[in-house]
Design a protein. Structure first.
Length: 205
């Protein structure tokens, strides 16, 4: 066991195998392997990628950005050259996985669900029953804005700030500040976004 745990890749493989055992067990529910089963599998992957993405967003905001000013100049490259690029890799691809699986969850819900969510409940006329779509739609749009923020603002500016592309010191400092503010914006949007993701299913089904 220590041999597996000492190796990151083997640990992830074992974790996925254990999850697959659970998923096979869930296939024995009254739903069998119908559309609801695949929706549930998509939700599992959606939440996994969501944790990977937002977990790293929270690492940047709760830990790295706040502590960097205290790190002595000669130690800063340890973070900017080694830790941050790796964190940003999982961060931006975690965002892709979350968005893709969010869209799959929507698609597997079928019955015009995606259309209602993306129009905030306005598709086919608005009634009191559409409130849940409005609230879910707000969360989905917040998360999509956060996704675009990652790929259009944070990552291109981080590449400059971390020296992954050529730039002078001035441009690096400016890009670092833009990336920090964009990351803070995602921090700001993340907590309200999570209300839609977590409350809709229980309260609106
Ligand atoms: C990137 C755009 C995103 C889209 C389009 C999206 C879409 C969705 C949809 C359609 C659902 C199903 C809601 C329901 O059936 O009531 C859902 C659930 C959920 N999402 Fe997202 N989501 C996104 C981002 C995120 C992020 C960033 C997180 C962070 C962890 C997240 C966490 C969750 C959770 C925890 C659920 C609840 C699962 C459940 O209650 O069964 N989502 N999402």
């Amino acid at each position: 066991m220590a041999g597996i745990l000492a190796n990151f890749r083997n640990t992830v493989i074992l974790s996925v195998i254990l999850a697959l055992v659970m998923i096979i067990a869930y296939s024995q529910s009254p739903h069998g392997m119908d559309a609801a089963f695949w929706q549930a599998v998509a939700r599992w992957l959606h939440v996994f990628f969501g944790i990977l993405w937002i977990g790293l967003l929270y690492y940047f905001n709760f830990v790295q950005i706040r502590k960097m000013p205290d790190v002595p100049a000669e130690l800063k490259p340890g973070v900017t050259k080694y830790i941050a690029p790796e964190a940003l890799f999982w961060f931006r691809w975690g965002a892709v996985g979350t968005l893709v699986m969010g869209i799959v969850v929507m698609a597997t819900r079928g019955g015009g669900y995606g259309k209602e969510v993306m129009t905030l409940g306005l598709a086919d006329g608005y009634s009191a029953a559409d409130k849940g779509y409005t609230l879910m739609g707000v969360g989905a749009y917040l998360a999509i804005i956060m996704f675009l923020n990652v790929w259009v603002i944070i990552w291109p500016n981080q590449k400059i700030a971390l020296g992954l592309v050529e730039a002078d010191a001035d441009a690096k400092a400016k890009a670092g500040r833009i990336a920090m503010l964009a990351s803070r914006t995602n921090m700001l949007l993340s907590i309200p976004m999570l209300t839609s993701m977590t409350m809709t299913q229980t309260l609106f089904g």
